[in-house]
Design a protein around this ligand. Structure first.
Ligand SMILES: [Zn+2]
Length: 208
């Protein structure tokens, strides 16, 4: 399992994808890109291409490299070490509090995965201290993923995702969490920090 991230400046989506792929020395003909819409949709793919209306892709094809774009949302890497299946999903607050994690794991289990064989990596994302959410959004999180300060709510996306993956039967020792905060680390792209001018980071997962 290899996860790589590359910074990309503001360009057309097509140019940004090409540059990220080149920077990581990957071949465009192997890449599967989802056109993310903050949904719970995950899709199995067996070839490269651009896939609409999904926020996560899963593959068992050694040829295919899965890709994702993020800027504060969590890139979730998942790998079945027995079956060599790989998945990559995008989880902002909607995905994190919604059912994308359950749909991802169920899709894998339906194809024969044992959850004890799954390895999860939650990549660089905005940390709790820098992720203020409204009260309505806060209500969707477990209490242990939240903190409150003078009536402002702060949510920990990666903590919430960890709870979900544990509930889905993935052992705690198989869940690895980056400590990088995209808002604080200026090497990272952050939508909360840079607004509409923010670039996007690319995540890739390819066969070992
Ligand atoms: Zn932070």
């Amino acid at each position: 399992m290899i996860g790589r991230q590359a910074l990309a400046v503001s360009q057309s989506p097509k140019e940004a994808r090409s540059e990220a792929v080149q920077l990581c020395r990957l071949q465009m003909t192997r890449i599967a890109f989802p056109l993310q819409i903050h949904s719970d949709n995950v899709k199995w793919v067996s070839g490269s291409g651009i896939f609409a209306d999904v926020d996560g892709l899963i593959t068992q094809s050694a040829e295919v490299v899965l890709a994702l774009q993020v800027a504060d949302c969590v890139p979730v890497f998942i790998y079945d070490r027995q079956k060599n299946t790989r998945g990559l999903i995008h989880a902002g607050w909607r995905g994190t509090t919604g059912s994308i994690t359950a749909r991802l794991v169920k899709s894998l289990v339906n194809e024969g995965t044992d959850t004890h064989d799954l390895i999860v990596y939650l990549g660089p994302a905005i940390c709790k201290e820098h992720y203020e959410v409204g009260e309505e959004v806060a209500k969707l999180f477990h209490e242990s993923s939240l903190s409150e300060n003078t009536s402002r709510f702060y949510a920990d996306l990666r903590h919430e995702l960890t709870i979900k993956f544990l509930e889905l039967g993935i052992p705690g020792e198989n869940i690895h969490v980056s400590e990088l905060c995209t808002y604080e680390d200026t090497r990272c792209c952050s939508y909360r920090r840079d607004g509409a001018a923010a670039g996007r980071m690319f995540a890739f997962i390819e066969d070992a």
